[in-house]
Design a protein around this ligand. Structure first.
Ligand code: AMP
Ligand code: ZN
Length: 141
C-alpha cells in the first residue's frame, strides 16, 4: 500500500532496526518503546487489521513471534513478555498495517500499563448475555 509507513519499511524505503525477517514477516524495534526491547512483528503483505489479514500471514506472524520471544528471553532475561495487538482507531491503533507488539518487562522495570488491571467480579447474567451475542455471531468456517 503506497502511503503505508510499514509497507515502506518492508520495501526498504524507510529504515528500521531489524530483529528478524523471513519470507512472510519482518520484526523490528519500536521507536517509542514502552520498555527496552519493545519489538513489532508485521506481515510483509499489507493488511490493516485482524479482520483483513490472511490466515497464512497470521500463522507466519505467530510462529515468528514465538521465535522472537524465545530470543528475547535468552538475550534480555525479562520478567515476562506481553503480546499486544490493536484493531481499530477506537483502541488507539495508529499504524493501519497489522502489527503484533512484543513488550518485555525487563527485570526491575515497572509493571506494564496493560497487565495490572483490577479484578472486579462481573454480573454473571450480563456476562452470559454478551457471550451469547458473540457466540451467536460466530461464523462456521
Ligand atoms: P499502534 O498502531 O497503536 O499499535 O502502534 C503503532 C506503533 O508503531 C507505535 O508503538 C509506534 O511507536 C510504532 N512505530 C511507528 N512508526 C514506526 C517506525 N518507523 N519504526 C518503528 N516503530 C514505529
Ligand atoms: Zn502496509
Amino acid at each position: 500500500m503506497e502511503d503505508c509507513i510499514f509497507c515502506k519499511i518492508v520495501k526498504g524505503e524507510i529504515p528500521c532496526t531489524k530483529v528478524y525477517e523471513n519470507d512472510d514477516v519482518l520484526a523490528f524495534a519500536d521507536i517509542n518503546p514502552i520498555r527496552d526491547g519493545h519489538t513489532l512483528i508485521i506481515p510483509k503483505v499489507h493488511a490493516e487489521n485482524i479482520w483483513e489479514i490472511s490466515g497464512e500471514s497470521l500463522t507466519a506472524i505467530h510462529l515468528a513471534s514465538r521465535k522472537v520471544a524465545a530470543a528475547m528471553k535468552k538475550a534480555l532475561e525479562p520478567e515476562g513478555i506481553a503480546f499486544v495487538q490493536l484493531n481499530g482507531r477506537g483502541v488507539n491503533q495508529i499504524v493501519m498495517h497489522y502489527h503484533l507488539h512484543l513488550v518485555p518487562r525487563p527485570k526491575g522495570a515497572p509493571e506494564l500499563p496493560l497487565t495490572g488491571w483490577e479484578m472486579i467480579p462481573g454480573d454473571m447474567e450480563k456476562i452470559k448475555e454478551i457471550a451469547d451475542d458473540i457466540a451467536g455471531a460466530v461464523q462456521i468456517a
